[in-house]
Write a protein of this length. Structure first.
Length: 86
């Protein structure tokens, strides 16, 4: 008698395997579309005020160092300025 109950439950669970695959496939399609067309981090381009080297600037950072001349640069509204370290 137990084999009928557990066999029926097992057969029902086996029927849901394709449905689980559909949900996983939809999740993968969503992830691929998001990575392809989703939000991207935008980098601005600016010149170092000290050495005039063109630098990619992350707008989320307030202060960073120039990799060429090692001067400390502050990211302002539409411009880059050198920070005086005393």
């Amino acid at each position: 008698m137990n084999w009928i109950i557990f066999g029926t439950i097992g057969a029902i669970l086996l029927c849901f395997i394709p449905v689980l695959g559909w949900f996983l496939a939809l999740g993968m399609v969503f992830a691929i579309l998001y990575k392809t067309f989703g939000f991207r981090d935008t980098f601005l381009v600016g010149s170092c005020p000290a050495c005039t080297k063109t630098l990619p600037v992350d707008p989320k950072t307030d202060v960073f160092a120039c990799p060429v001349c090692n001067s400390v640069i502050a990211v302002g509204e539409g411009r880059l300025t050198i920070v005086k370290l005393d």
